[in-house]
Design a binder for this molecule. Structure first.
Ligand code: GTP
Ligand code: MG
Length: 186
């Protein structure tokens, strides 16, 4: 039996990605609706109340910082999360390569095949370039079915910031791929 969705009373979103791609800036930009010039390595966990989220579900947003946390911490956080956003920087090719060379395999290795986490690919710093990375990212989506959606955004100009968190919520509440595959029971 394939279950397409589980009724959720809250959504927990985890942001991962290479250092300097803008994870902390994205969270603080969403909360304060302006770009923070100085950011700490890691944002405090925040809870967005149900009535201000598009899907009316309380939503926790969790930052990850390799400076302050270990790979073990990261695996725990991946397991606690309902959706993982892999943040890359559109102007940093290495951060794009690491989506497939590091992050997607790491997330797979941290979870069981039956409990695969939906993933959203987030290309930040779109204010710095005049091209798009979406064509490339779409080829990644073909290879990794757990990638539910992708979005380019800018913590600096606030472009697509609320959309990015909406896509993450949507990946949990209305997934397009079966995320929970249960054994057929007699
Ligand atoms: P770690 O905590 O080290 O993993 O980094 P991080 O992913 O949290 O990145 P952080 O938010 O600290 O941002 C890194 C740098 O990129 C900072 O100097 C930010 O001001 C800058 N930055 C973040 N988002 C944007 C953006 O959308 N556009 C531009 N131009 N700069 C950005
Ligand atoms: Mg940070």
């Amino acid at each position: 039996m394939v279950t397409w969705n589980m009724a959720r009373r809250h959504v927990r979103i985890l942001l991962v990605g290479d250092q300097g791609t803008g994870k902390t800036s994205l969270i603080l930009s969403l909360v304060s609706e302006e770009f923070p010039e100085d950011v700490p390595p890691k944002a405090e966990e925040i809870t967005i109340p149900a009535d201000v989220t598009p899907e009316q579900v309380p939503t926790n947003i969790v930052d990850f910082s390799a400076t302050e946390q270990s790979d073990d911490n990261l695996q725990d956080e991946i397991n606690k999360a309902h959706v993982v956003c892999i943040v890359y920087s559109v102007e940093n090719e290495e951060s794009i390569d690491r989506i497939t060379s590091h992050w997607l395999p790491f997330i797979r290795d941290s979870t069981t095949a039956e409990q695969r986490k939906p993933v959203v690919l987030v290309g930040n710093k779109i204010d710095l370039v005049d091209y798009s990375t979406i064509d490339h990212v779409l080829t990644i989506m073909e290879e990794y079915p757990e990638v539910e959606s992708c979005v380019e955004c800018s913590a600096k100009t606030l472009h697509n910031i609320s959309e990015m968190f909406y896509y993450a919520q949507k990946a949990v509440l209305h997934p397009t791929a079966p995320l929970y595959i249960m054994e057929e029971q007699d």
